[in-house]
Structures are given as structure tokens and as C-alpha cells.
Design a protein around this ligand. Structure first.
Ligand SMILES: [Zn+2]
Ligand SMILES: [Zn+2]
Length: 123
């Protein structure tokens, strides 16, 4: 068994050392992955670009989702034929918000579908 001729067996599989077929360690903080058996080394970028991309998952979605959630709460409720006093179009969302003290009662909000203008009306 010539070890140099066996190279092709390992080619194409980034998880194995192309020199000796040893399993390569996962890339850590360093830019280079070194074979623990034969001191072969390969830059991480060539080692397995896909794996690195999938492990470094930072969630840009989470922050945008939080933002959308906030906006949605403004836009939940029945749509009424109220005319927006800013853009003068009909169609505003009716929603109420209970104030802290019972004496104040409910405050009614109208949010314009078109320009997001919010009007307040105490009942
Ligand atoms: Zn090796
Ligand atoms: Zn409007």
C-alpha cells in the first residue's frame, strides 16, 4: 500500500487530510487547520467554507422580527371608515388601550392604514 498513491481516495472530502487520510480537526480560532498526524495544514477558507458559514450563524432575523412585532400591535383591530386627518384617506384601525387608573377609562386609538398616523380619542 503506497501511501502517496492513495491520495485520490481522500480528495474531495474536506474533513480528511489529503496527505494521510487522518480526520482533520474542526477549525477553531485559527485560520489554519492542521493535521495532527502528518503536520499537513490547510487554510480554513479552503477547508470547508460551507461548514464555517453555517456555524457562524448570527441572527439578523431576530432583530427585524422584534421590530415587526412592535409595528403589528399598532395595526391590529377592526378597520373603520374613519378619515385620516393627515392624509385624508378613509380606513383606520380601531384599537383601545386601557389606561392605568380605572377612572381614566379606555383610550381609543385610530391608526391610519395609509400613513400610520395615529389619532387618540378619550372615551
Ligand atoms: Zn495528515
Ligand atoms: Zn393617513
Amino acid at each position: 500500500m503506497g501511501s502517496t498513491q492513495g491520495m485520490s481516495c481522500f480528495a474531495g472530502d474536506p474533513n480528511f487530510c489529503p496527505e494521510c487520510g487522518n480526520v482533520l480537526p474542526l477549525p477553531g480560532m485559527q485560520d489554519i487547520v492542521c493535521c495532527p498526524r502528518c503536520s499537513f495544514s490547510i487554510p480554513v477558507t479552503e477547508f470547508a467554507g460551507r461548514e464555517i458559514l453555517s456555524t457562524v450563524v448570527f441572527n439578523p432575523e431576530q432583530s427585524t422580527m422584534a421590530l415587526q412585532k412592535d409595528e403589528d400591535s399598532e395595526l391590529k383591530g377592526p378597520v373603520i371608515d374613519r378619515r385620516c386627518s393627515r392624509c385624508n384617506k378613509e380606513g383606520m384601525i380601531y384599537h383601545t388601550r386601557q389606561m392605568r387608573s380605572a377612572d381614566e377609562g379606555q383610550t381609543v386609538f385610530f391608526t391610519c392604514l395609509h400613513c400610520r398616523y395615529q389619532e387618540k380619542e378619550d372615551s
